[in-house]
Design a protein around this ligand. Structure first.
Ligand code: GDD
Length: 319
């Protein structure tokens, strides 16, 4: 049976990789919501293969109309304000876009009288403050969010749960741990450091990399493995359930920086930038994704060092 797939956030980092993956499958028609001023650089080469529809998630009328027009069988809800520091400088905007945007989507599905499978992207940030004896983190861990962004993702996640319980919507909630890869925005740590290294390689800046909290630990997976996981979540996930998607290993940000530096030929120094420190940072994320792996058969294929190489090459081509 052919699938009509709708992606919110199609112009974003994860959305563009999801499209790349969906285009390798048979019988999938792709629709993507685009806010009128969003940059489309990551999907411009795909305009013959995807149907872009103008829509603002913050506007119920706009969202409902797209759902009525496209009648999707599967929805990937990726659109969000996704950068943690921005959620401190613009908390209302982050909460509104992420929570009310999700409400509009779920309410729009109900009102359109359609019955799609819906993947709702939560985040490992929802766990926030994690005690040493709580790792690796399972889905039942308490949620102790440490930023407005994390609160917004708890809201997103729980709204999806509630719509399943109240109205039977076929929602699958995913909590992906950190993911990265080529095209990652330059504010996120791996891309940020890689871009600075490449600028130094090209002589466009001093070989001094500005850094924030290097002691934080994160669980990284390549975005190209994550989008496959999202697809599998809708094939094999159970409606209403929540699943961690993680590598099951953790690295300090210092280690990530060292790995990137080792992949460059130049001598590089580092300098701490107080502006890069957060009011509260999540100290450790290390996920247990056995529930998801057992349900779907998902496994990672791309080693993290390859991911870092690809990010560096992405910036070497672009800058
Ligand atoms: N961005 C950035 N820049 N982060 C730095 C820097 C720096 O110069 N130096 C150290 N860090 C640390 C941050 O303090 C944080 O502990 C870690 O690197 C990762 O930061 P980000 O890449 O900004 O990601 P994040 O962990 O806050 O959030 C990402 O992962 C979540 C899933 O766990 C985002 O992609 C979220 O949208 C996602 O939900």
């Amino acid at each position: 049976m052919s699938e009509r797939v709708l992606i919110t956030g199609i112009t974003g980092f994860v959305g563009s990789h999801l499209v790349d993956y969906l285009l390798t499958l048979d019988d999938v028609e792709i629709f993507g919501m685009r806010r009128w001023r969003s940059r489309t650089e990551h999907i411009d080469h795909l305009t013959d293969s995807v149907n872009i529809v103008e829509c603002d998630l913050r506007d119920q009328i706009s969202v409902s109309q797209v759902l009525i027009d496209t009648r999707p069988t599967k929805i990937f809800h990726l659109a969000a304000q996704s950068f943690v520091p921005t959620s401190w400088t613009a908390p209302e905007e982050s909460l509104h876009t992420n929570i009310i945007g999700t409400l509009h989507l779920l309410e729009g599905i109900r009102q359109a009288g359609i019955d799609p499978w819906i993947q709702v992207a939560g985040s490992s940030e929802e766990y926030g403050l994690v005690h040493p004896d709580e790792v690796p983190i399972t889905e039942t861990n308490p949620l102790r969010p440490l930023s407005p962004y994390a609160v917004s993702k708890v809201g997103t996640d729980l709204l999806a749960y509630q719509f399943h319980q109240s109205y039977g919507l076929k929602v699958v909630r995913t909590r992906a741990f950190n993911h990265t890869g080529p095209r990652r925005g330059d504010v996120f740590v791996c891309s940020d450091f890689a871009k600075q290294i490449v600028q130094a390689e090209k002589g466009n800046r001093e070989p001094v990399i500005h850094v924030g909290n290097l002691e934080a630990k994160r669980d990284f997976t390549d975005v190209r493995d994550i989008v496959k996981a999202y697809w599998l979540s809708l094939l094999h996930g159970e409606a209403g359930e929540v699943y961690n998607i993680a590598s099951g290993t953790t690295l300090t940000i210092r280690k990530v920086l060292d790995m990137l530096i080792a992949l460059s030929d130049i001598e590089i120094a580092t300098e701490e930038d107080p502006a890069r420190m957060r009011p509260s940072d999540v100290e450790i994320l290390l996920g247990d994704s056995s529930k998801f792996r057992e349900a779907t058969g998902w496994k990672q294929e791309i080693p993290f060092e390859q991911t870092l190489r690809d990010i560096l090459d992405y910036w070497r081509e672009r800058l």
